[in-house]
Ligand binder design. Structure first.
Ligand code: HPA
Length: 250
């Protein structure tokens, strides 16, 4: 048995095909989360879920109220959370449609509200040596393997967006050791850590990062082509994971 978990799902929420059972509009001391806290059905289980970019996909990565999202889950008693993120693939052999469970991150974002501390509340310096919970990563990797999907680890480079990167920026991320690039793992992972929520990411590569695709292959076309397939895989992995939690994943 694994611990019950909640979800924060990014682009591709609709393609995941989760059935929404309940919708609880929620307020937090940090404002409103990106969406109501949903209860969704995964296989035979149910779990709490927030739609990171809003149900109308109107929130850019830097506009997301990450603090409200994590706090809303925390105040429901959530102890483990899986982020579902689309990423651009940088590492050789990592191709659109593949899944990844990153084991490290590098934060290239700026200006986001990235802590619950400060401004009159005690400053916290959480240990972030391992930004993702190893046990939860292991469960995600095992569930992916059970489903027959190749899954890779690696470093997730978190960029500010909302624009995609230049080829030179991706070269730099590659030199830094990033295997993938996305825009939303931070400050989500750090805020989860501050609240004591185990957090890991199930990422799906929807495109080769800027400058990594063969000439003439556009990023938008790749995303259109691979997002559906990738999200189907994620749905299968989550259902597999939920089957080991019991009927109330959260
Ligand atoms: N870059 C940043 N974020 C992304 C990408 C990308 O290429 N693809 C999906 N999310």
């Amino acid at each position: 048995m694994i611990d019950p978990f909640a979800l924060i799902v990014g682009s591709g929420f609709e393609q995941l095909g989760l059935k929404v059972l309940t919708r609880s509009p929620t307020k937090t001391p940090y404002g409103e989360p990106s969406s109501a806290v949903l209860t969704v059905k995964i296989g035979a289980a149910r779990c709490a879920c927030i739609v990171r970019h809003g149900e109308g996909h109107t929130l850019a990565p830097h506009e997301i109220n990450y603090r409200a999202n994590l706090w809303a889950l925390h105040q429901r008693g959530v102890r483990a959370c899986i982020g579902v993120n689309t990423v651009g693939a940088i590492a050789a052999g990592f191709v659109p449609g593949d899944l990844a469970v990153p084991d490290q991150l590098i934060d290239y974002t700026s200006g986001r509200a990235a802590t619950f501390g400060g401004a009159g509340t005690p400053v916290v310096h959480v240990d972030f040596t391992e930004p993702f919970a190893p046990l939860l990563r292991g469960h995600l990797a095992a569930a992916s393997a059970d489903c027959g999907f190749r899954v890779r680890g690696g470093v997730y480079g978190v960029t500010q967006g909302p624009r995609l990167e230049t080829a030179a920026e991706i070269d730099r991320l590659a030199r830094d050791g990033c295997a993938m690039v996305g825009m939303t793992a931070m400050p989500e992972a750090a805020l989860a850590r501050e609240l004591g929520i185990d957090y890991a990411i199930c990422a799906v590569a929807v495109n080769r990062a800027a400058g990594c695709a063969p000439d003439g292959v556009l990023i938008a076309g790749q995303i259109e082509r691979f997002a559906g397939l990738g999200m189907q895989k994620v749905a299968a992995v989550l259902a597999r994971l939920a089957s080991r939690v019991g009927p109330d994943a959260m």
